[in-house]
Design a protein around this ligand. Sequence first.
Ligand SMILES: [Zn+2]
Length: 90
Amino acid sequence: MSDRYEEMLSVFDPEFHRAVAALGFDVWIAADCPMCATVTAVPATREQVAAYEAGALVQDAFPHLTADARETIISGLCPTCFDTMTISLN
Ligand SMILES: [Zn+2]
């Protein structure tokens, strides 16, 4: 993970990081939104990342994530841009 992502994650309260770790998540998947350059990060486990990299479908690999969060993993789109695109396509 680059310094930039670590800097972004450092803005979260340490209490938040502990709560995420307590849920069993041990990695953050971070991505730059291709539309607005916002960095979005979603929590996951190393096992989930390994399953996804081995070819599992995103909804099977990360069942705990919302559609918006899965989109971050697939395309890097942040929830705001994803919502905007969803609206404009309907
Ligand atoms: Zn965006």
